[in-house]
Design a binder for this molecule. Structure first.
Ligand code: BG6
Length: 494
């Protein structure tokens, strides 16, 4: 989209808008990436005047250097606000009037007027707002796009219902379903790492790979978000979307082209090879209060917004199987947890043992793709220790971004995705059938948890997770810890 474009942020005073949408819009604006003449219209229920609104937007955005502060003042000039209800046509008509006024000032009066609607809204009002926007605020003759974000329901049936309601009003090519992991630099790099490197691509199969782990760890609990979280749990919050997206790109076949439909066709195809997760191949955990290096931290149940008898998992490890010719028999272990010992999202691909006979004790190759923090790709490999002996030593081939790329600036995931939505590129957004299959894989397990209420294993705030985790990964995934001490020197450059 070039000129004559505006973006409406619905839910402009909410958490998502505050933490992600506005900082990303400003980031793009600051770097000159937004369409020329763009205007940003906030919409929410809170009544406030422009001055108050600008004060808020300013608080959402970090502008550490003077040049950015100046830009921020410029950015505020393109930000206006309309307050209104989420379920009344009158309110959306007021919004329409405000949009019309902005558009009447466009230099080129004849070119089509384009509108992007960003729904930073709670799921309860999601489809109502989408319907009201379609009815009252659709730009005839221009491009209309709607950006939506999880939770997309809480199981297959509720997700289908929500998608049907959305699709009654909006066409699939107008809908941009965000999974912000798809906007992360390293997740985007997966396509290149895999398909632009013959050597890696050729090794990605059941003959050479023993097991794969995809891990998401956060060092903080649900503090303040317990109300939302308790309804969803870690599986719905992170695993069914973010980690499954990573898995599908990591394992899909090579797409015919980089077009969004070709890529998404392949993702859907590999997901279809995955049977629903078995309840016997899952480990659930919930954090309890503990003394940590940062002082005493409360347990999940001590959060006032959480019911005292909640069995909601804040940690989960689950084994997935891909019954395709390439991957049959290779366990994929997805792990996600809150209140753990560190922040880290990484993919760990462990290769098989060297066949017996020539080496007595040798570590397995591992390809580690670290998504965050400190983007890096490294391959653990064995080498002869330099010197006169034939001793082997585990070492690594290392692509640490900070070291390899000078002047490194990695865009925020939301910046990348909002820009894609402006361009109309769906590659990094979730297609309806993809969402459907994702829910099919997880729904039986989620229903089992909702109905049978298995008690999650307690783990201490700030620990590595439930004590049974290592046994679980060894038993179900065949993950083999290296016997030789191995420490990766690059952690020092994070
Ligand atoms: C969100 C989850 O989708 O992703 C949060 O709702 C989680 O619970 C967040 O903290 C993690 O995102 P990131 O980009 O910080 O890894």
């Amino acid at each position: 989209l070039e000129s004559n474009t505006l973006i409406v942020v619905l839910g402009a005073s909410g958490d998502l808008a505050k933490k992600k949408t506005f900082p990303a819009l400003f980031g793009l604006y600051n770097n000159g990436f937004l369409p020329k003449g763009i205007r940003v219209v906030g919409y929410a229920r809170t009544k406030m005047d422009e001055e108050e609104y600008h004060k808020r937007v300013q608080q959402y955005i970090k502008a550490p250097i003077p040049a950015m502060k100046e830009k921020l003042q410029e950015f505020l000039k393109i930000c206006t606000y309309v307050s209104g209800q989420y379920d009344e046509d009158d309110s959306f008509q007021t919004l329409e009037k405000a949009l019309g006024e902005i558009e009447s000032q466009y230099e080129d009066k004849n070119s089509p007027k384009n509108r992007v609607f960003y729904m930073a809204l709670p799921p309860s009002v999601f489809t109502t707002v989408a319907a009201h926007l379609r009815k009252n605020n659709y730009s005839e003759g221009g491009i209309n796009r709607i950006i939506v974000e999880k939770p997309f329901g809480s199981d297959l049936a509720s997700s289908r219902k929500m998608q049907e309601e959305l699709k009654a009003e909006w066409k699939e090519d107008e809908i941009f379903r965000i999974d912000h992991y798809l906007g992360k630099e390293m997740v985007k790099n997966l396509l290149v790492l895999r398909f632009a490197n013959v050597m890696l691509d050729a090794s990605f199969n059941k003959s050479l790979i023993s097991n794969v782990q995809i891990t998401f760890k956060e060092p903080f609990g649900t503090e303040g978000r317990g109300g939302y979280f308790d309804e969803f749990g870690i599986i719905r919050d992170v695993m069914q979307n973010h980690l499954l997206q990573v898995l599908s790109i990591l394992t899909m076949e090579r797409p015919v082209s980089f077009s969004s439909e070709d890529i998404r066709d392949e993702k859907v195809k590999v997901l279809r090879y995955i049977p629903p997760i078995s309840k016997d191949e899952v480990l659930l955990g919930q954090y309890v209060g503990a003394e940590t290096k940062d002082g005493k931290k409360p347990g999940y149940l001590e959060d006032d917004t959480v019911p005292k008898d909640s069995i909601c998992p804040t940690f989960a490890a689950a084994v997935m199987h891909i019954n395709s010719p390439r991957w049959e028999g290779v366990p994929f272990i997805l792990k996600a947890g809150k209140a753990l010992n560190e922040q880290k999202t990484e993919i760990r691909i462990q290769y098989k043992d060297v066949t017996q006979g020539i080496f007595a004790e040798i570590t397995r190759n591992e390809l580690v793709i670290r998504v965050q923090p400190g983007e890096a790709v490294y391959l653990k490999m064995n080498s002869k220790a330099p010197g006169l002996s034939m001793r082997t030593v585990p070492t690594e081939m290392d692509l640490t971004y900070k070291r390899r790329f000078s002047d490194l600036k990695i865009p925020e995931a939301y910046e990348a995705l909002i820009l894609d939505a402006f361009k109309g590129d769906h590659s990094n957004f979730v297609r309806d059938d993809e969402l459907d299959i994702a829910w099919k894989i997880f729904t039986p397990l989620l229903h089992h948890i909702d109905e049978q209420k298995p008690k999650p294993e307690p783990y201490s705030y700030g620990s590595r997770g439930p004590v049974g985790l290592d046994d679980f990964t060894a038993k179900h995934g065949g993950y083999k810890r290296s016997e030789k001490p191995y420490s990766w020197p690059s952690t020092s450059v994070l």
